[in-house]
Design a protein around this ligand. Structure first.
Ligand code: 5GP
Length: 120
């Protein structure tokens, strides 16, 4: 199987509350929860509740414009709620070359420490 098999992932279990997560923000389209292996004091994942083919950003089509905008706006809401608006980073790892491990589109919202650039 390829990395992106199109199969459902552990994030569907999180959406369906079949496995626990610490939810930071939720609305009808978007769920944001703390990463289980945080890379910064604040590390939140923002995902669409309906994957709709968006296993990775590289699969985006024009019809996904609305949800992509909602995810980006939710990242700002998370940063605001977490008190990191003065310095935060939004990351999307796309594909094996970027170490994507879960094939359900997700934004990483990172902050709470000085973020270095380039990230490596
Ligand atoms: P990726 O490498 O695909 O960009 O990021 C996937 C992220 O999902 C990783 O940072 C990993 O720690 C996180 N993750 C994987 N499984 C779980 C889980 O079951 N619960 C939570 N909260 N995060 C997870």
């Amino acid at each position: 199987a390829t990395a992106d098999s199109g199969a459902s992932t552990i994030f569907d279990k999180i959406i369906n509350k079949e496995i626990p997560s610490t939810i930071v923000y939720e609305d009808d389209k978007v769920l944001a929860f703390r990463d289980v292996n945080p890379q910064a004091p604040v590390h939140v994942l923002v995902i669409p509740k309906l994957r709709d083919g968006l296993t990775q950003l590289g699969k985006a089509e024009e019809r996904h414009g609305n949800i992509l905008g909602r995810l980006m706006y939710a990242a700002k809401i998370v940063a605001e709620k977490e008190g990191i608006l003065d310095g935060f980073r939004v990351v999307i790892n796309n594909g094996p070359g970027a170490c994507q491990s879960v094939y359900h589109l997700h934004l990483h919202v990172l902050g709470g420490r000085q973020m270095k650039w380039p990230p490596g």
